[in-house]
Design a protein around this ligand. Structure first.
Ligand code: HEC
Length: 178
């Protein structure tokens, strides 16, 4: 072992420089971290009760099931029909096209069940829409081929809205008036 005095002095000095720089870098990083935490707190802090309630509500919404299965014995979903019309003194609540599709038509018009064109299936629908609105509504209300009559589950107005949503809105195709 042969240590050269000058050499070890230089290396001790280098070590000091390194330690100083290293400490400065660590200190700077710590500073940046604290700064970012402060910024994050300003923008996303949950000490604001309104914001906290909103976050809670969104989390709850995200956890809600998209669909639910109705078990035998559970009451059926309310449909606009003769019964509810009588209950509401003749005022019927008309469901939107999307609501009708989700409640009634989706059972078959999702995928390709028994050759039913699916929601938004441009190819499947383009072969059928040439018949025009009147025929499509009539076929839906009274039944057609593999589709049983839907007139008991939806009014004509609702059927039209449902077809409009399932075909026009979701595929962009136009249905001729007649
Ligand atoms: C029980 C299953 C089922 C339900 C529920 C159902 N459909 Fe269908 N639908 C079919 C099938 C199957 C076809 C294809 C019939 C065929 O060509 O044999 C069809 C065809 C159609 C057609 C094309 C008819 C034609 O002339 O080519 C329209 C429009 C339609 N359905 C609308 C609806 C609407 C709107 C609803 C909801 C109110 C609905 N369907 C509910 C099974 C169903």
């Amino acid at each position: 072992m042969n240590f050269n005095g000058e050499g070890s002095l230089v290396s001790a000095e280098q070590d000091n420089v390194f330690i100083r720089n290293f400490a400065m870098v660590i200190g700077a990083l710590l500073g940046v971290t604290v700064f970012l935490i402060l910024i994050a707190n300003v923008f996303f802090g949950t000490d604001n009760p309104e914001r906290a309630a909103l976050a809670q509500e969104r989390a709850q919404q995200n956890m809600n099931p998209l669909y639910s299965v109705r078990l035998t014995g559970d009451p059926a979903p309310v449909m606009a029909g003769a019964d509810s019309a009588a209950e509401d003194d003749g005022v019927m609540e008309v469901r939107s096209g999307e609501q009708v599709v989700q409640a009634v038509c989706i059972a078959c018009h999702q995928g390709n069940f028994m050759n039913a064109p699916g929601v938004g299936d441009a190819e499947g629908w383009s072969a059928r829409i040439g018949q025009g609105w009147a025929t499509l509504i009539e076929h839906t209300a009274q039944g057609y081929g593999n589709m049983p009559a839907q007139g008991a589950s939806a009014t004509e107005e609702e059927i039209r809205a449902a077809i409009e949503w399932m075909v026009v809105t979701e595929t962009g195709l136009e249905i001729p008036e007649s």
